[in-house]
Design a protein around this ligand. Structure first.
Ligand SMILES: [Zn+2]
Length: 246
């Protein structure tokens, strides 16, 4: 039974490795996803700002056109004033001119404000665009290095899985089945050491009689509470023993 216990310990070690590789793999995928989300959101935001800007520029062109027409009306009103012969006509023409001037002044002021706002927006967009380009480059570099790491991890997972197969071949099928069931039910940990007379899986106190059995390694023992296989960590180095046993 000793070699079974040692092989199970090795199996747990391998599974811990697989889990840590898989966790890192998943973490990288999630990190890349976050980066891409940030990049896409920033890109969308920038695109929307650019569209707003071209909309505003179109509005400005329309207003400039309108102002031009209004200015023509103003100069017409001016010439009407200069040719007014009668007082009544003169007063009416003057009133008309004043009114047109007032409207045009407002238009001009609005146009100036709009132009100023457009300049500010252009500057903001330029800065945002620069930031976006930098971010894109950074993310591109990160993607490259992470993609490389993902490849390495895949390879490692593959080679560790090969080790796992070797290891399970040394164990009775029934025990591998039990091991796998416990592992699934217990967050990936099916084989745990007993420390300070407690199961390190669930912290339950191990009775002296059971503890003696575990120490002797003549039988495969499980924790009465969490069902995990138990071993005492004070034994000899695993790999050598397994090699010797096989
Ligand atoms: Zn336990």
């Amino acid at each position: 039974m000793k070699e079974v216990i040692l092989a199970l310990r090795r199996l747990q070690e391998i599974d811990d490795q697989v889990r840590s590789f898989e966790e890192e793999y998943q973490e990288i995928l999630e990190r890349l996803e976050r980066y891409r989300t940030v990049r896409d959101r920033m890109g969308d935001d920038l695109e929307a700002k650019k569209q707003d800007l071209s909309e505003a520029e179109r509005l400005i062109r329309d207003q400039e056109e309108e102002l031009k027409v209004a200015k023509e009306r103003e100069s017409k009103a001016k010439s009407k004033l200069s040719t007014a012969m009668k007082t009544k006509q003169y007063i009416a023409a003057q009133r008309e001119l004043e009114q047109i001037k007032r409207v045009n002044t407002t238009r001009e002021e609005e146009l100036i404000q709009l132009l100023e706002q457009i300049e500010i927006n252009k500057k903001t967009i330029k800065e945002l665009d620069e930031k976006f380009q930098t971010l894109k480059e950074e993310i591109g570099r990160e993607e490259e290095s992470y993609t490389q790491r993902l490849g390495e991890l895949k390879e490692k997972i593959g080679s560790v899985e090969h080790d796992r197969q070797d290891c399970t071949k040394r164990l009775p099928r029934e025990i591998v089945g039990r091991y796998n069931r416990i592992k699934r039910a217990r967050a990936g940990v099916a084989m745990v050491p007993v420390r300070n007379e407690r199961c390190t899986g669930c912290n339950m106190m191990i009775q002296p009689q059971l503890y003696n059995h575990i120490m002797r390694m003549e039988t495969l023992e499980s924790c009465p509470q969490c069902s995990r296989f138990l071993f005492t960590p004070e034994e000899l180095i695993i790999t050598g023993e397994v090699a010797e046993a096989s």
